[in-house]
Design a protein around this ligand. Structure first.
Ligand SMILES: NC(=O)c1ccc[n+]([C@@H]2O[C@H](COP(=O)([O-])OP(=O)(O)OC[C@H]3O[C@@H](n4cnc5c(N)ncnc54)[C@H](O)[C@@H]3O)[C@@H](O)[C@H]2O)c1
Length: 247
């Protein structure tokens, strides 16, 4: 299928996990993808594996928390491809600890990447999209933003903030032709989760009515839907992709 034919997309955190699944899906749907990630080796390996001889994908080593670097990279992508149609704000980190044990540094790191990173990319790309008069921004939140989670003060704060940002941008940018939505993934079987003991994974599954973990490709499908014209009247929504998880 070619639901993203000739679209130019930036996918942050695109070298691994959910972002990587999105890169693969978007390229297969005809998009040209700029992969932004800190993991240079993983990014370059992915480029090789995608095997897009015609420049349908590129990798940039970008820290989304670095405002100046993000601005420069947006300018470079715009200069190279002429436009930016899709931004997937997917890069994210965790630094878990209970409230009493959480270090200030870990609180700040998570906010810097998960929240300020979304702001940095959204503001710089948003300017390009508003000038074009169209675009789609998808911000990655999490099921824990809706229900809370033990040991994740910093992460939950950042992911709840992402929902707030999404609602504001939907109002501010909607009338300028730019749709902004969020995806809230549940328990997804990325490499990290699959490396957990089976007992822990079974416990996670017991909270999911469909009885299994989600697949990275199932999150990529949600990104694809919200980035494509099939969601042309959807703006400011939070799409839970979590198998109906029970809080
Ligand atoms: N995996 C899940 O079950 C799950 C559930 C809910 C939400 N999420 C969210 O989905 C997103 C992707 O999660 P994942 O499981 O694929 O994570 P992951 O750790 O597998 O991949 C995240 C990618 O982001 C990159 N990254 C980290 N910091 C960065 C920075 N400062 N600048 C640029 N890139 C950076 C990493 O190098 C990595 O390649 C995250 O925002 C995460 O919070 C994941």
């Amino acid at each position: 299928m070619n639901r993203l034919q000739d679209r130019i997309a930036i996918i942050t955190g695109g070298a691994a996990g959910l972002g990587r699944a999105a890169v693969e899906k978007f390229v297969s749907e005809g998009a040209t993808v700029s992969i932004w990630d800190l993991g240079e080796e993983q990014g370059k390996t992915l480029l090789d594996e995608l095997n897009t001889a015609d420049g349908q994908a590129e990798f940039r080593r970008i820290d989304v928390a670095d405002t100046a670097a993000v601005k420069a990279a947006v300018d470079a992508v715009k200069a190279k491809f002429g436009r930016i149609d899709i931004l997937i704000n997917n890069a994210g980190i965790t630094r878990d600890a209970t409230l009493m044990k959480m270090e200030e540094e870990h609180f700040d790191q998570v906010i810097a990447v998960n929240l300020k990173g979304v702001f940095n990319c959204g503001q710089a790309v948003g300017r390009v999209m508003v000038e074009q008069g169209n675009g789609a921004i998808i911000n990655t939140s999490s099921v824990v933003a809706l229900y809370g989670n033990f040991g994740q003060t910093n992460y939950v704060a950042s992911k709840a903030g992402v929902i707030g940002i999404t609602k504001v941008w939907a109002r501010e940018l909607g009338r300028k032709g730019v749709r902004v939505n969020a995806v809230a993934p549940g328990f997804i079987g990325t490499d990290m989760v699959m490396a957990m003991p089976e007992k822990v994974r079974d416990m996670m599954c017991s909270r999911v009515p469909v009885g299994r973990l989600g697949l990275p490709a199932e999150i990529a499908d949600a990104y694809l839907f919200l980035a494509s014209d099939e969601s042309s009247y959807i703006n400011g929504t939070v799409l839970s992709v979590d198998g109906g998880v029970i809080s």
